[in-house]
Design a protein around this ligand. Sequence first.
Ligand SMILES: C[S@@+](CC[C@H](N)C(=O)[O-])C[C@H]1O[C@@H](n2cnc3c(N)ncnc32)[C@H](O)[C@@H]1O
Length: 294
Amino acid sequence: MRRDRLKASLARRVVESCLRYPYVWWIRPHIRTEIGKQRVRQVAFGWGYAPILVSRFLTLRDRVRILARFLRIDWNVLHAHRPAEIASIFRVLSSRFSKNDEIMVEAGCWQGGSSAKFSILCKVLGLRLHVYDSFLGVHEMGEDEWEHDFSGQYAAAEDVLKETLRKYGEPDVCEIHKGWFRDTLAARPVSFPVRAAYIDCDTAQGTLEVLQGVMPSLVPDGIVFSQDTHLPMVRELLADPDTWHRFGKNPPLIKRPCTKLAVFRFSGDPGERLPATVSFMSTRPNPTRKRYLG
Ligand SMILES: C[S@@+](CC[C@H](N)C(=O)[O-])C[C@H]1O[C@@H](n2cnc3c(N)ncnc32)[C@H](O)[C@@H]1O
């Protein structure tokens, strides 16, 4: 079974790579708008949602409805994730319904494409969704902080998020926290039990600031998702046992179902069925990392 999933996941990656080059060379140059490019990419990546359809969570009719809403978001809202990543999060989170006022934290929302999808999932699971963002893009990155300088990228106003939630998501389960992570999450721990945290901020420093707010409130079977594990400095931070020891946790079980997305769990869960197709290898030691660990 596990081998089958591994094969399916590898097949997905091979097909995606084969489609990438014709797209980059022949199709992309002819499409002017970013949303147009995203719509074309969706043809290649849309089947990443398949695990939602085959999951045993909810009725087939409900799953089809959720999928239709996700596809509508993909068609209309520029975003920075792929269907396979959302499907992996769906599978992990749908292992149980919420209890005791639990919440999901999303750190980094841009135009709210991921927030709208999470709000739909949260509504079904009985969670509230707390969205944190500067609404000014990625923070100004220091020279020692980047493999790629994302400073100021992905800026979108709070109203854009609200509009996306209103049109395509479930705004009534959402709370928005505007500000830099250092002034919000890192300043005080989240005051609700955290069932899941999704971190998508493109920097190791931002990732650590989010963990500072989330880890003290993470429930024992809580889950951390990082959407930035294609970035060596983020990977290095998250692969370091010291990162977790400082929050009184043992290093987590790590699964990396997609190149960018990794899933961190702190208690072994026999129900865990994600394929770890991409290894979470640590990279060259980077002297600047200690800066974040303070
Ligand atoms: C890559 S985008 C998020 C994409 C979104 N999750 C999606 O899938 O469409 C990164 C987001 O993180 C936010 N961000 C980055 N660094 C931040 C920081 N230090 N404090 C607050 N927000 C930050 C940016 O404003 C931006 O909205």
